[in-house]
Design a binder for this molecule. Structure first.
Ligand code: MRU
Length: 356
């Protein structure tokens, strides 16, 4: 799977090239972003979205903010890094990869600020850090794919929600990665993609991505997930995550919780695929995860067509929490976390070198 979701173009000054996801599947257009403000706007409007991709975008956004500061002092580059990071932190509140990547960039700038450091040294360090975040995400997604593929049998039918594929990461995806690996291993795999109301990441993005890869995919509306499970047509569920609390509670796109409840009712394993950067060990449980609420017009005027009376009251949370007890296992780059709970979540984080 090689969807070029986000790439750094050129050396310095360079640009961040993103696939403009709001236009998919009708148009495949790449846009070049050359300022931190343009990156802010792209993340906010979901032109680039999905937790790991948001993290990479944020790191490149910081580069856009500092790359022109070579003639300033090293201390000024640090100040500019912190300012750019604080600005980008205001884009979306739920995916913790955003804050994780921004903290990494600021920490790198602080480390580079040695007594004789020049602005050029600082900026070079920040470029290395951002490219490192990008490359690590690619490698981690491959690893998640290898670990997750062991859960997929020949002929399996898998249901997924939202888009947790290459479009949501630097490459390859999280929840879709095991499917790509399983198919590469010669297994036959079919996918049911929930359309994912209200912004249709499943219908617009997941089906597009899987069709590009030649993988059999059937689109259903969110409310049909129960029906296909009742019919015995789903062997397992694979979803991504935006933030996972220390006790294993999973925050993901709105509607994920309903799928998990249905999976439990029908005895279908429910797998969450996520890099360790999606974990937030500072939170005891999912109730502490900030849930983004988005504009009412996404529901009343979806894609420009009015489908509800003007003035109607609307509630539009973009994410929900799936309690850890409904999760069969979390698939990470350091292996499976089976029956997630605080002890084994912390153990996986330690094995991955996360400090908390
Ligand atoms: O609002 P979005 O499209 O950014 O939400 C994306 C999701 O909920 C994904 O499932 C999650 O970020 C995991 S992406 C690998």
């Amino acid at each position: 799977m090689t969807v070029a979701t986000i790439r750094w173009i050129g050396e310095r000054p360079g640009k961040a090239r993103i696939l403009e996801q709001t236009l998919l599947p009708m148009e495949t257009r790449y846009v070049d972003l050359s300022s931190v403000e343009e990156m802010f706007d792209a993340i906010k409007r979901l032109a680039i979205r999905g937790a790991p991709a948001i993290g990479v975008a944020a790191a490149y956004g910081v580069l856009l903010g500092v790359q022109g500061a070579g003639s300033q002092s090293a201390a000024q580059v640090l100040a500019l890094t912190e300012k750019s990071a604080a600005f980008l932190a205001g884009t979306r509140p739920t995916a913790v990869n955003l804050f994780w990547a921004l903290e990494r960039m600021v920490a790198r700038a602080r480390r580079e600020l040695k007594p004789n450091a020049s602005a050029e040294d600082m900026i070079a360090g920040l470029f290395e850090e951002a490219h490192g975040i990008f490359e690590e995400d690619r490698a981690i997604c491959r690893r998640i794919g290898e670990v997750g593929a062991t859960l997929i049998g020949h002929g399996n039918s898998i249901l997924t929600h939202c888009n947790a594929g290459g479009l949501a990461t630097a490459d390859y995806g999280t929840a879709l990665a095991p499917i790509y690996v399983a198919v590469n291993q010669g297994k036959s795999v079919k996918v049911f993609a929930d359309e994912t109301r209200p912004l249709l990441q499943g219908a617009r993005l997941t089906t597009w991505e899987l069709m590009q890869a030649g993988i059999e995919v059937t689109l259903i509306t969110d409310s049909m997930a129960g029906r296909v499970m009742f019919e015995g047509r789903v062997d397992s569920v694979f979803v991504g995550a935006d933030r996972i609390a220390r006790n294993g509670d999973v925050c993901n796109k709105i509607g994920t919780y309903s799928v998990a409840v249905l999976a439990r009712e029908h005895g279908v394993p429910f797998y969450v695929c996520a890099p360790l950067s999606t974990f937030d060990p500072s939170l005891d449980d999912g109730t502490q995860i900030p849930i983004e609420e988005r504009d009412a017009s996404e529901i009343t005027m979806g894609f420009g067509m009015r489908t509800a009376p003007p003035g109607v009251r609307v509630y539009n949370p973009a994410f929900d929490i799936t309690p850890a007890r409904l999760v069969t296992a979390i698939v990470t780059e350091v292996g499976l976390i089976e029956r997630p709970e605080e002890a084994n979540v912390c153990d996986a984080l330690r094995r991955g070198g996360r400090k908390f």
